[in-house]
Design a protein around this ligand. Structure first.
Ligand code: AMP
Length: 190
């Protein structure tokens, strides 16, 4: 099963991703986690992307697609599937993803769109900034991450709606309820 988790920063993607992967035995593929790990280890990629991530901008599609190709080929057969958390992030990535999956005769089974209000986004990110000490969770950077989401990522909602794989989940409910609603959707596919 190939599932994509889509939603603005602070929608609860990380929390729900953990539940989904545990319940459905999927590999949790978070591009953000992988990129932060590159920065922490101070690798060549890490050095290149540090200022981009800290400014809340998107890392180049080339770097991302290389990572995706590697992770997909390693993890596809090892698990019941993969949960993509934070990818694709724009239309070019979605097209490259489509092609990559086409080449291995796979398709996205479901795109979960976790939707929340803008005010709630700000409230949650401020809380996370204190709890997790993420450099890209401060107010200025948050503004640019929301802008990037609206401009670059949100057009994917229409794309996947047209492809009939989009499922909207109300992310304003409690963590438990959001999780239950996600399970209802995925039970029908699994
Ligand atoms: P996330 O943990 O998904 O919120 O990602 C944190 C940051 O990593 C983003 O603000 C981007 O700078 C970068 N990033 C994560 N995923 C992608 C992606 N698919 N394409 C480009 N940049 C990404």
């Amino acid at each position: 099963m190939l599932v994509v988790l889509l939603g603005p920063p602070g929608a609860g993607k990380g929390t729900q991703a953990k539940n989904i992967c545990k319940n459905y035995k999927l590999f949790h593929f978070s591009t953000g986690d992988i990129l932060r790990n590159e920065i922490e280890k101070n690798t060549e990629i890490g050095k290149k992307i540090k200022s981009i991530i800290n400014a809340g901008q998107l890392v180049s599609d080339e770097i991302i697609i290389n990572i995706v190709e590697k992770i997909v080929s390693i993890n596809l057969k090892k698990n019941n599937g993969i949960l993509f958390d934070g990818f694709p992030r724009n239309l070019d990535q979605a097209n490259a993803f489509h092609e990559l999956l086409n080449n291995i005769e796979k398709k996205i089974d479901c795109v979960l769109h976790l939707s929340i209000d803008k005010n709630e986004v700000i409230k949650r990110i401020k809380k996370r900034a204190v709890e997790e000490n993420r450099k890209d969770d401060n107010t200025e950077v948050l503004k640019s991450r929301i802008d990037v989401y609206l401009k670059e990522t949100s057009p994917l909602i229409e794309l996947y709606k047209k492809e009939k794989v989009l499922k909207k989940i109300n992310g304003m409910e409690t963590i438990e309820n959001v999780s239950l609603n996600i399970n209802k959707v995925l039970d029908l596919i699994n």
